[in-house]
Design a protein around this ligand. Structure first.
Ligand code: FOL
Length: 226
């Protein structure tokens, strides 16, 4: 059931785990990195081919755009997305807020609003059940700090798609520390496993992007826990 849907965190962070500054991303716009975020959060995975009729039917449903991934975010992350890109297209947007939906900026009737991630998943299930939304493919948690923290405490959070920005920027919002150190259960996978997970081939790492004549490099990683 949807309540137990695996959750994937997707995040870009500096070496000190900074993720935000003054309500937006701390670094200048990294076009290709943002394009990676958009592609990966939109792509609905195809199940392994078992040669079964059921699998073929599933595949067909996918090709017809029957499924759509969900992006789950906190209210501040919702507000940080430029209005022209909000709700994030081709994804079911779920906004977590203690405020009533009428008080949230730019929330259209195709956006699910809930008071917690768990309630968001329940509301998403209901949304699909009553035919307002497409069946859910993957569910991504896209931030910010408090939502990442809550998601990391959930058993169903098994994967983190982490972009390690190699340069430090001043930040006032951080990704929880839990990922590193000898005691952590989180393990970086191989590049092949990352490619399998995101469904695309990736160039050799680190990636580089020129912004205002400055080269910013970053590494794409997949972390998993048992
Ligand atoms: N994860 C990664 N890897 N990179 C990020 O930049 C990132 N950002 C957030 C969460 N996880 C991330 C939250 N912040 C948009 C803006 C801010 C944002 C997330 C998304 C946004 O406007 N996205 C559009 C693409 C816009 C464009 O093409 O310029 C989208 O359709 O996804």
């Amino acid at each position: 059931s949807i309540k137990h849907l695996p959750l994937t965190l997707i995040v870009a962070a500096t070496p000190k785990h900074g993720i935000g500054k003054n309500g937006v991303l701390p670094w200048p716009m990294l076009k290709k990195e943002m394009a990676y975020f958009a592609r990966v959060t939109k792509r609905v995975p195809m199940p392994k081919d078992t040669g079964s009729v059921q699998s073929d039917a599933w595949k067909q449903a996918n090709l017809e755009g029957m499924r759509q991934n969900a992006v789950i975010m906190g209210r501040k992350t919702w507000e940080s997305i430029p209005p022209k890109f909000r709700p994030l297209k081709d994804r079911t947007n779920v906004v977590v807020s203690s405020q009533d939906r009428t008080k949230l900026q730019g929330v259209t009737d195709d956006v699910v609003v809930a008071r917690s991630i768990e309630k968001g998943l329940e509301a998403l299930g209901e949304w699909v059940r009553v035919g307002k939304g497409k069946p859910v493919g993957r569910a991504f948690v896209i931030g910010g700090e408090s939502i990442y923290r809550a998601a990391l405490e959930m058993q169903q959070t098994k994967a983190v798609l982490l972009t390690r920005i190699q340069k430090e920027y001043e930040c006032d919002t951080f990704f929880p520390d839990l990922l590193e150190g000898p005691a952590t259960a989180w393990q970086k996978t191989s590049k092949a496993e990352l490619e399998e997970y995101v469904g695309e081939e990736l160039p050799e790492l680190p990636l580089m992007e020129a912004v205002n004549g400055e080269e910013i490099s970053y590494e794409l990683q997949l972390l998993e826990r048992p």
